[in-house]
Design a protein around this ligand. Structure first.
Ligand SMILES: [Zn+2]
Length: 86
């Protein structure tokens, strides 16, 4: 039986501030890479993955859903996808 989730009320859902926060953070991490950068990224990967998963499946805005779906195709998520299948 499929459980129909309520659509995420973008931009009033928790994904939105999270996305804005990580969007800037990822830029910063990539622009000023330090020895800790890899570790910090690794620590935040699951949160970002789950956020993108919610966006790609539940977001009421089609563009956001599509964008998140495309971002989830990146091979960077392959390991997490095995742990947390969508
Ligand atoms: Zn959401």
């Amino acid at each position: 039986m499929l459980i129909k989730l309520p659509l995420c009320n973008w931009p009033k859902c928790p994904c939105y501030p999270r996305y804005v926060y990580y969007d800037a953070k990822i830029d910063e991490w990539l622009r000023f890479p330090t020895g800790e950068t890899k570790e910090v990224i690794h620590e935040n990967m699951t949160t970002i993955y789950v956020m993108l998963a919610c966006m790609s499946q539940n977001c009421r805005v089609r563009n956001i859903r599509n964008q998140a779906t495309v971002e989830l195709l990146h091979p960077i998520w392959n390991d997490l996808r095995k742990e947390i299948p969508l």
